[in-house]
Design a protein around this ligand. Sequence first.
Ligand code: HEC
Length: 118
Amino acid sequence: MHTAIRISGIAALALAALAGPRLAAADQPLFDVTVLAGACANCHGTDGRSPGSIPSIAGRPEVALKQQLLAFKSDTPPAGTTVMGRLVKGYSDEQLSALAKHFSQISKTPAAQEVAKQ
Ligand code: HEC
């Protein structure tokens, strides 16, 4: 009797743990876009502001960034594509959309207080 109650309690906890992530998936993505965006910093600079010859992606229109990322992923990437074609294949379209939105929301130039900190 006592044991049965305890087991059903454990079963309920296990069910809750299983159901948890699935419930979350309905209204929020299962990835953190800031973590995904970290993988871009090596080449495109911190926050997408590139110090070198690789193009900056910060503050560009979301639609344009998304189109470029999907074009890289397509079977016919733009002529002259080097690494991006291979790179974006590791991301879902949903993740690429989130990345486009993320970088579009970063200003092209660091904010004044960020400059002051450096
Ligand atoms: C290994 C270096 C490298 C990494 C990492 C990288 N990129 Fe790129 N990216 C490039 C290069 C080089 C280009 C120019 C196109 C090409 O040669 O593939 C480019 C081009 C782009 C462009 C088009 C810019 C333009 O003006 O044409 C976008 C958008 C972009 N990258 C987004 C991203 C995002 C988002 C990530 C992270 C998920 C990322 N890149 C990670 C090297 C990189």
